[in-house]
Design a protein. Sequence first.
Length: 379
Amino acid sequence: CFLGATDVEEDLEARMRVMNTAIESAHASANWDRSNATLKIFMAPEFFWRGPQGAYPMTPEFATAVRRIIGDLEQRLGSDRFQDWLFVLGTVIAVRVDQEDWVATGNSEDKDEESRMSYFNFAPVQIGGTSTMKIQFKHYISTLDFPDTTSREGAPPPVPRPTKRPECFVQRSFTEDCRLRYGEMTADDVRHELGFKDASAGMNIAGGPVATNQGNPIFLADGFGRTAMSLNIYGRGREANKLLTGRFHYDVGVVYGADSNVELGQWASSIIAAFAGNNPGAARIAGMGTLPGGYQGNAAGFEFTQINALGKDWLTMLEGFFDTASYKEALRIFSLVGADVNRRVKKEHRHLFNNLPDGSAYFPTIDMYGPIPVNGKWT
């Protein structure tokens, strides 16, 4: 089931607190280039704003709350301290339903009639240090954006999953309203202001295609706990050939990526090396084709750092609004192994070949890549 508060303003407020905390954590970090010649890009994942129905019904209450929330974000991010920053603030999932009875009760004979529904998936994009916010719409909305799920007790029914082809989704008056209020991102905006960025859930760069110029980066911030970057080093990111499975694979070159599974594996491998003196993963050191950083040091040719996104109260902030089950299980594993490691070190007086690592796979992180040169400039 989808998570969130049934009161739309309460739900948006809670998600904004998470977003603001992450932004402040990034800004407070020492791990970004203070030069005004370097563009700093903050990206949150897709589906950050979606509510307990899987999408926000576009009611007057929703419109009022969104205007206030976006106004608060515009004011905060328009501060001079965010000069040379660009914020891609996740995406908002919304649905316009002509039948008000379905919005309130889920009881409509025509609730599957998609001709009466418009689906929206859009990212607010703020140019830091200014009052300029734009909206980037996802024009080809996937049916996967609305997974089948059950209703949560006490929550309104989930929005029905669309079944038509993505090109059949017509974004009507709300799109026009946003264009008038904020301006929609154009192709030139994406190329020149954003570069190439992907806020997603379930996407990957390695599968391609990658359309950047040779040597220019594409970044991924995925809702399933993964970040990645590719520089299209061969310039052939649009070219593909078939795998043995019959699927196409694009020649995107090296893809640097970090996720919780990789972090957990690195952590376990480093503990083994600390006790045994031999790292079983030494042949796959950080930066050799896939990993931008880690316990083996920085071998990627650029800086990479992971920091805690939400501080020590991260679980309280996320509970009830975002899925925390994976973090809890990872924390359990870290705690069990950590307790055993401490027992062996203290009681058995074991000699350690390396320092024991700290883990970060059990709490939300901000992954910091770069700076990376782009057309002679840095990002």
